[in-house]
Design a protein around this ligand. Structure first.
Ligand code: SF4
Ligand code: SF4
Length: 409
């Protein structure tokens, strides 16, 4: 799944979820509003931009059981979680999503299935509807079969269109997520037309964020600044046309900004992620950070994880900051940006996010922007997200490639 699908828009959706469930909007950092259940790392697709960890292969053998997931849902609800994202990998590779949906409904969650569409059948969608699933978010990749199949390393183009129709036929709002990268950014107008033709109510144009596999493939995926500017103008033009009813969410890529994003809306503020093997994380990538131990639902309760674990408390607030963030007048706006991006690019998890123009590491981002114009860098082969490549990364066989993009000492 895509990281941007859990960005700013989620906060808006959470407010909606609160209203739908009749729960007062009393969000504080003492309450995880969002529980993201990454129920499996298995996936039939092999997306070049996947945000799953590049070493996911080591987490595929010890997935939580159905009962462990149901207990996690109950425990998170007690802590105040309102919105449940069921994600992966491809969640539909598990045959207990129906049970998870029923439990989520019983507990009063607003539930959202985040899927590639592979494995969604009439029988399953019927069961989800009856079980009370509120929302399905389908990933699409391009208007052309060629790019869809290339970037996912599968043949899924026709299937996705059929699944989109199925979702619509069952009365769900049609919510599409399209990760934007250099292979499809030139097709934005046509992608919007396609989404309208499919009856989409909402489209999230999620510019690739560079973590996990997308960082390894950054040179191949990153568009130029001109392409991003043009894409944003097209999105704005579409929004400005009163005849267009479909809502467009364009997630601006942080590399082309001079301030970082307030990552996950603040570390340990609203998001709690339980991974396939039960690790409890404040953000998807957090396990890349050094010298940190994350709680696991097999050993620790979610209340301990959220309230008391050293991992969730480590980057809450601003006491951990060093300069230039510590004395920065803007620190409330972004809380210093993303800890994982700071570590992956600079080797220092407590540094200002290198996206910031005040960061001493901003040159790393500027170099990536320069590289996006370099045909030699762009022409390197893509490392697709698959078990074989994950095993290779774990064995250190792709170290040269990985280290070139993870500027870790
Ligand atoms: S490979 Fe693609 S579909 Fe599968 S989890 Fe990653 S981004 Fe999602
Ligand atoms: S210096 Fe730090 S706190 Fe200030 S704007 Fe940059 S990242 Fe944010």
């Amino acid at each position: 799944m895509t990281q941007a699908s859990l960005g700013e828009s989620v906060v808006q959706k959470t407010v909606q979820a609160q209203q739908n469930n009749g729960v007062a909007a009393s969000a504080t950092h003492t309450q995880p509003l969002w529980l993201l259940a990454e129920v499996t790392y298995r996936c039939p697709l092999h997306c070049a931009f996947c945000y799953n960890p590049t070493d996911y292969d080591k987490h595929t053998q010890n997935e939580l059981t159905t009962e462990q997931w149901l207990q996690a849902l109950r425990d998170a609800r007690k802590l105040g979680a309102l919105q449940l994202g069921i994600s992966g990998g491809e969640p539909l590779l598990r045959d207990d999503i129906e049970d998870i949906v029923v439990e989520a409904k019983k507990l009063g969650y607003y539930s959202n299935l985040i899927t590639s569409g592979v494995g969604l059948t009439e029988k399953r969608i019927q069961a989800f509807k009856e079980g009370g699933l509120d929302h399905i978010q389908l990933s699409m990749h391009d208007i052309t079969e060629e790019i869809n199949n290339f970037i996912t390393n599968t043949k899924t183009f026709e299937l996705k269109k059929k699944v989109a129709a199925m979702i619509k036929n069952h009365g769900y709002p049609m919510v599409l997520n399209v990760v934007i990268h250099r292979y499809n950014i030139g097709h934005l107008r046509e992608i919007l037309d396609m989404a309208e033709a499919l009856g989409a109510d909402y489209i999230e144009l999620a510019n690739t964020q560079y973590y996990g596999w997308s960082l390894v493939n950054r040179s191949q995926l990153m568009p130029t600044k001109e392409q991003v500017d043009e894409a944003e103008a097209i999105a704005n033009e579409f929004r400005a046309n009163p005849n267009n009813k479909m809502k467009v969410f364009f997630v601006v890529p942080d590399y082309f900004s001079d301030r970082p994003k307030k990552c996950m809306n603040g570390w340990g503020e609203v998001f709690m992620i339980v991974t396939a093997n039960g690790d409890v994380l404040p953000c998807h990538s957090a396990r890349v950070l050094p010298n940190m131990t994350f709680p696991n639902v097999r050993d620790d309760g979610l209340a301990y994880a959220w309230q008391d674990s050293p991992a969730f408390n480590k980057y809450r607030g601003d006491a951990w900051m060093k300069e230039p963030c510590r004395s920065c007048s803007e620190k409330e706006n972004d809380l210093g940006g993303c800890r994982c991006q700071a570590f992956l690019l600079s080797g220092d998890a407590e540094a200002a996010d290198p996206v910031c123009s005040k960061s001493p590491h901003r040159h790393l981002i500027d170099q990536a922007i320069i590289d996006s114009r370099n045909p030699q860098a762009v022409a390197q082969p893509i490392v697709f997200r698959n078990d074989k490549n994950s095993k290779k990364i774990l064995a250190g066989e792709l170290d040269d490639r990985v280290k070139a993009f993870h500027a870790v000492p």
